[in-house]
Design a protein around this ligand. Structure first.
Ligand SMILES: O=C([O-])CC(=O)C(=O)O
Ligand SMILES: [Mg+2]
Length: 609
């Protein structure tokens, strides 16, 4: 077995300061964390034990002050194992064995089940294994296997995790329910991930069975973002389910009713947001996950100004999508100037619109374009065909912004009859972004059209899980003869064509949300604004090493996620300061400081995977 990798041995191109925790200014800059605007007495009752949980290097820190540090809201875990760093050889061997046993199980669901059982019996071991083997463990606890876990949730033999709230039982009593259920176990929470499960990945409405999504996202917050797992809370708002086969399953644990009417729904979500702020303070970060498209966009607009909230499927996907595009600009044969690109989106849901909005914002803030002009760089195809100005079918407000005047040569053609290939031939985009959940929609003709108009087009098949991806990596490279920059939402293996091996980037939200949430927490930010999301995207793009780009990969290594999250967190914190929304500012904190403060119950590197 290999020895564990040294802590900062990753090959990230961005400069990493070597300032140790004991030397850095932040340790000496003792700050009082801002008190939450609204909190119960529990919120402030947890003693700060962060310092005594640090690694050996920091244990020698001569600064013995007990005054709060910027990291006081991280790692108040009382788990004794956290002290064990680096892990003992015996512990590493035992962890190695456990992971091998998990991986030897026959099905993905069996592996998922085993890991969830490990999580509840030995949390430190679970996170040691996860953090040391991110690229192996993530696909099991998160996309794509988490989709299967949701689809089979009623039958899964896993320990209960997370909180379900439903309007029939809990309307008017969410706060008291949370207090009764949670205050002993989770006296303080930094991050909540909430879903109403109306659109689980690309799998549709799964009702109360969607709990593995908030659970999985929060496991990543800890495994990849260093947020103490004891300070995270997964929630499903069980507001009913409109799919009979889900509701009628004899083992279904949710409420067997159709989704509630819009007024009840809005009142319930409102009450939930207020209850979380009341219970954990306004600085508790609430991530919305897998809501239906209409509610996702609406709730983001409704809450983003007044609550520390974030929609991962819109803002997280947007940041990851844009980061992949920005990184692609550094690949030979790809036009390096973003303003010269244009993009066609297959699918006009909140994810695609979110990416386009962020591209437009980048063009406005970095290239000085007018918003209208910037938006004209992005075209959409929805279920009724190309979105354009004057189309008969009604358009939502979000799509309206991308309903452009048709180019002159199309004005007399029957646009509604154009398929994807014909649309590419007409618009000649340099980038094609799949957010449609239509498996197989990027076929050979589509790649032929993209490569006909571009030396090296950008093609991202972002739909999740793997079964919904617009194409596989193998198809993408084969159909284009390797002449594309490809990325996908779910993981694909490298593909070899002749003497070249391509590494398909996994344009997955896990590159952004753990670091963004960490940065927001550290900054004690009051809101997440677009500039912070943009900063996260730009930072991520800057972390892709040249050798990855040379293999066609526009994202850094998943195994480097802890370090990536620290970089993203710092960028987000700095941007929050610039935007004037940081509760903590003027602090000289290095990426290493952040990295050292992240939850990490030990490291062990498993060889051979
Ligand atoms: O979970 C993922 O991999 C990305 C995501 O949020 C989604 O597809 O809804
Ligand atoms: Mg999602």
């Amino acid at each position: 077995m290999n020895h564990p990798a040294p802590r900062h041995a990753f090959c990230l191109p961005a400069p990493v300061s070597t300032t140790s925790c004991s030397q850095s200014a932040f340790v000496k800059t003792l700050l009082t964390p801002p008190s939450p605007l609204t909190s119960t007495d529990l919120t402030t009752s947890v003693p700060s034990t962060r310092r005594c949980k640090l690694t050996a290097k920091q244990a020698t820190n001569t600064d013995t002050s007990n005054k709060p540090s910027p990291f006081d809201n991280l790692n108040t875990d009382t788990d004794a194992d956290i002290m064990l760093s680096p892990s003992s050889p015996q512990q590493k061997e035992a962890d190695d064995l456990v992971l091998r046993e998990v991986l030897a199980l026959e099905t993905n669901l069996a592996r998922y089940t085993a890991l969830m059982q490990l999580l509840s019996t030995d949390r430190s071991r679970f996170f040691r294994i996860a953090q040391s083997n991110l690229s192996v463990v993530l696909p099991i606890i998160y996309t794509p296997v988490v989709g299967e876990a949701c689809q089979n949730f009623a039958q899964l033999d896993i320990p209960k995790r997370g909180t379900w709230l439903n309007p029939w039982e809990h309307q008017g009593k969410i706060l008291s329910t949370l207090k009764a259920q949670l205050s002993a176990n989770t006296p303080n929470v930094d991050v909540v991930v909430v879903s109403d499960c109306q659109r689980i990945l690309g799998l549709g409405d799964l009702g109360a069975n969607g709990m593995p999504i908030p659970v999985g996202k929060l496991l990543l917050y800890s495994a990849a973002g260093g947020i103490d797992p004891a300070r995270t809370l997964p929630v499903v708002l069980d507001v009913g389910c409109d799919v009979d086969s889900v509701r009628d399953d004899p083992d279904y644990k949710g409420v067997r009713k159709p989704r509630v009417d819009p007024d009840t729904y809005d009142a319930f979500v409102d009450e939930f947001m207020r209850a979380i702020a009341e219970m954990y303070g306004k600085q508790c970060f609430v991530q919305f996950e897998d809501f239906g498209n209409a509610n996702a966009a609406r709730l983001l607009t409704k809450y983003r100004e007044n609550f520390l909230s974030f929609n991962d499927d819109i803002q997280g996907t947007a940041a990851v999508g844009l980061a992949g595009i920005l990184a692609a600009l550094n690949i030979p044969d790809v036009e390096g100037d973003l303003s010269k690109h244009s993009f066609l989106f297959l699918g006009a849901g909140s994810a695609g619109i979110g990416i386009a909005d962020l591209i437009a914002q980048m063009l406005v803030s970095q290239y000085g374009m007018q918003l209208e002009e910037a938006r004209r760089k992005c075209w959409f195809i929805d279920s009724k065909g190309l979105v354009y100005r004057g189309r008969n079918a009604r358009l939502t407000k979000e799509k309206e912004a991308y309903a452009h005047e048709l180019p002159a040569e199309l004005q007399n053609s029957n646009v509604s009859d154009m398929d994807l290939t014909a649309t590419i031939n007409a618009l000649k985009p340099s980038g094609l972004i799949g957010v449609s959940t239509q498996k197989g929609s990027f076929n050979e003709q589509v790649f032929a059209a993209m490569t006909k108009h571009n030396a090296k087009p950008i093609v991202f098949a972002l739909s999740n899980p793997t079964s919904k991806a617009e194409c596989t990596a193998e198809q993408a490279y084969n159909y284009s003869n390797g002449n594309i920059v490809f990325a996908s939402g779910s993981p694909f293996d490298p593909v070899t064509l002749g003497d070249k091996t391509f590494i398909p980037g996994q344009g997955n939200n896990c590159y952004i949300f753990p670091g963004l949430g960490l940065g927001v927490s550290l900054a004690a930010a009051t809101v997440v604004d677009d500039a912070m999301v943009l900063a996260a995207a730009r930072k991520l793009a800057s972390l892709v090493a040249r050798d990855r780009l040379n293999s066609g990969c526009v994202y850094p290594k998943i195994d480097d996620l802890l370090s990536i999250s620290a970089h993203v967190a710092k960028a987000v914190w700095e941007e929050a300061e610039r935007s004037g929304v940081a509760g903590k500012s003027g602090i000289d904190v290095t990426v290493d400081d952040i990295r050292d403060a992240m939850y990490e119950p030990g490291r062990v590197r498993l060889s051979g995977y």
